[in-house]
Design a binder for this molecule. Structure first.
Ligand SMILES: Cc1cc2nc3c(=O)[nH]c(=O)nc-3n(C[C@H](O)[C@H](O)[C@H](O)COP(=O)(O)OP(=O)(O)OC[C@H]3O[C@@H](n4cnc5c(N)ncnc54)[C@H](O)[C@@H]3O)c2cc1C
Length: 360
């Protein structure tokens, strides 16, 4: 298994639970991939995914299994609209996040409990897959580590990494050009985006009758929401950058953060320019998430799903299971779980996930 995001972690855990011999290699030194919670245990800043939604059964099932609590997104109060020229108005519209749910403690909690289920000795962080070679019977994976390059032989390889990154790997024999084109054409959800967090000791926007949600034509934050953990000591606002990756890179992180705080000050008053902490995460700069093609951020959620038939000898030896391969919830946390569990079910023939039903 290559890639220790939610899809690779879930598939490894479930396959090993069913007795399948599988090892997991990850390029980064940390696990979780696009899931990244900073200040865990206090402000719980989810720099990657923040929300899931009712009607997504897999995540709800796993959270119940691990007894991880979740809560409603805070949506009480008015939404602000900030125009190009800086004018701000309260609009008669519910927050776009109505109905969405947040994991108490941050999304990383789900990754952490899954990692705890996997035998440490079969996880290899800090090793980047660069090349795959098939001799017809087995596959050799070439992994570049901090000190040396290692080669691992296996009956099959599962790539729990975004399809666009798969297209950049070296395959011997080569994958058909048409297959590579299909993979490269699948955008990695949110890979071109950046997220900003400002942490406070008071929810001053709530005290003004605002829910924290803002739609802005002015920026640098295009969309802002309340991101407070379920606590009475920390509160926070998160914002998605409205600038594209090249403009963000030209501006630099310090200027971006200064301008974001100035915008929050304009929107919510001077308390907003005095956070107790800030975080900024630009996913377009992360080579294990974004490719060059992702520097054009998406403005809509594309139709996802991939059922690749890569041709001989790769058929049966190669499987891609990142979230983007899910037909039902592609690009989302639920899609990562769906892809992982569908694969584990196909390999083992068992009903997945292999966890107790909390209602039994
Ligand atoms: C800013 C942002 C906001 C989001 N908001 C939401 C949200 O609110 N709700 C929601 O449902 N979803 C959201 N998403 C999407 C969600 O995060 C993803 O769908 C999900 O985390 C994908 O999991 P994955 O395991 O399929 O892929 P990834 O998390 O991308 O995992 C892939 C793993 O493979 C590793 N890897 C890559 N290349 C190699 C290589 N060559 N060798 C070895 N390892 C490699 C990576 O380091 C990574 O750990 C958001 C994403 C971002 C970035």
């Amino acid at each position: 298994m290559i890639g220790a995001g939610l899809s690779g972690l879930t598939a490894t855990w479930q396959l090993r639970s069913a007795g399948v011999d599988v090892a997991l290699a990850e390029a980064r030194e940390r696990f979780g991939g696009r899931v990244l919670t900073l200040d865990e245990g206090s402000a719980d800043c989810d720099m990657g995914p923040s929300w899931f939604w009712p009607g997504q059964p897999l995540i709800a099932r796993l959270l119940d299994h691990f007894k991880i609590r979740y809560h409603d997104q805070y949506v009480d109060g008015a939404v602000l609209f900030q125009q190009h020229d800086g004018r701000i108005e309260r609009i008669r519209q519910a927050s776009p996040m109505v109905g969405s749910l947040r994991i108490q403690g941050g999304v990383n909690r789900l990754c952490s409990v899954i990692i705890a289920e996997i035998d440490e000795s079969c996880i290899l962080p800090g090793h980047e897959l660069i090349r795959l070679e098939s001799n017809g019977d087995t596959v050799m994976a070439e992994l570049v580590g901090p000190c040396e390059t290692i080669r691992v032989e296996a009956n099959r390889v599962v790539l729990a990494i975004p399809p666009r990154l798969v297209a950049g790997l070296v395959f011997e024999p080569e994958l058909p050009a048409e297959t590579l084109q299909i993979l490269a054409a699948i955008p990695t959800w949110m890979a071109g985006h950046a997220k900003f967090f400002a942490i406070y000791d008071q929810p001053f926007w709530r005290q003004q009758g605002l829910c924290g949600s803002v739609i802005s034509q002015r920026g640098p934050l295009a969309e802002i929401h309340d991101a407070s953990p379920n606590s009475d000591s920390h509160y926070s606002l998160l914002g998605f950058s409205g600038l594209d990756p090249p403009s963000r890179a030209a501006m630099g992180q310090t200027d971006f953060e200064d301008q974001a705080l100035k915008q929050l000050d304009d929107l919510f008053g001077d308390h907003a320019s005095r956070p107790t902490g800030v975080h900024f995460q630009d996913w377009s700069q992360e080579k294990f998430t974004a490719s060059q093609l992702d520097l054009e951020p998406l403005t809509f959620h594309p139709g996802y799903g991939l059922n690749l038939q890569p041709g001989k000898p790769w058929n049966g030896q190669l499987k891609i299971i990142s979230s983007e391969t899910s037909f039902g919830n592609g690009g989302l946390i639920e899609g990562a779980l769906e892809a992982a569990l569908d694969f584990a079910r196909a390999i083992t023939g068992l009903d997945m996930p292999l966890v107790d039903n909390p209602n039994d």
